[in-house]
Write a protein that binds this ligand. Sequence first.
Ligand SMILES: C[S@@+](CC[C@H](N)C(=O)[O-])C[C@H]1O[C@@H](n2cnc3c(N)ncnc32)[C@H](O)[C@@H]1O
Length: 281
Amino acid sequence: MRTPERTAPRPDGVSRTAVLTAQARAEEQRRADRLFEDPLAGPLAAAAGGFEAPSDAARQAAAHFVVRTRYFDDRLRAACAAGLRQVVLLAAGLDARAFRLDLPAGTRLFELDLPELVAFKEDVLARHGARARCERTAVPVDLRGNWAGALTAAGFDPAEPTAWLVEGLMTFLPQPDNDRLLGGLSELSAPGSGLALEHVNSAYRRLPQMRRAQERLARHGASWRSAVDDPAAWLAGHGWTATEVTHQAEVAARVGRPVPEIYDPARVGDARIWLVAAERP
Ligand SMILES: C[S@@+](CC[C@H](N)C(=O)[O-])C[C@H]1O[C@@H](n2cnc3c(N)ncnc32)[C@H](O)[C@@H]1O
């Protein structure tokens, strides 16, 4: 049976980057040796019109996106295994973890993203009859504003320990906004909460190999605006203890994937995409 046409507008501006990552997951889904299952990535990326023909840097970035997806999947599974049943995905984009992961019974998962992106995603999911495997709530918000109020109004319980995932967002926000975001989620984090986030360092932002990719993203209204050189210290300043500060190349090796040139320390020196896990004592 043909899926009815969507009615919500396609993601635009910075939200279009969610199409890029969904497209990478859709391509991963076609591999026999895939790092995760994501059957909704293809329909979501296709409904969004896909992303323009990939450059070499974009292909290498796609290799990162799938390794990153697996990293955050593993962190979320670990948080659930430790007993956490409240999950918040900040800048969820076209993420389908609520549909594809076998989360424990009683898990409540909140997805936050910009209103237009949320409207588009809900429309496509509804048209595909997608059924979440947990209690899922989409919260349309601008993460530079009063998102905490919207989250609690949607049923989030600050007294319950939370697993926070911040994947693919921070470099698009100025660091003062990231600082407010981290401060805000910290205030909502009961003891025992966990956090996984991705950011880049300043050497990575300066990489000549990434200049064209940055220019292309900027044309879509998705400029890179920030970096953090010492994520553990930054997190400690907000009351978090980093349990792991790793980076793209290490995680790629861990999951058995080649390290793309633009992430290989032998070629890019100190440039890093951080993948960080932390807990709230
Ligand atoms: C690269 S995508 C990552 C999406 C998803 N986490 C993933 O890894 O596939 C970046 C996401 O950040 C969202 N975003 C950017 N700025 C935002 C803001 N100020 N408030 C809420 N979401 C924002 C975009 O709409 C987009 O969905």
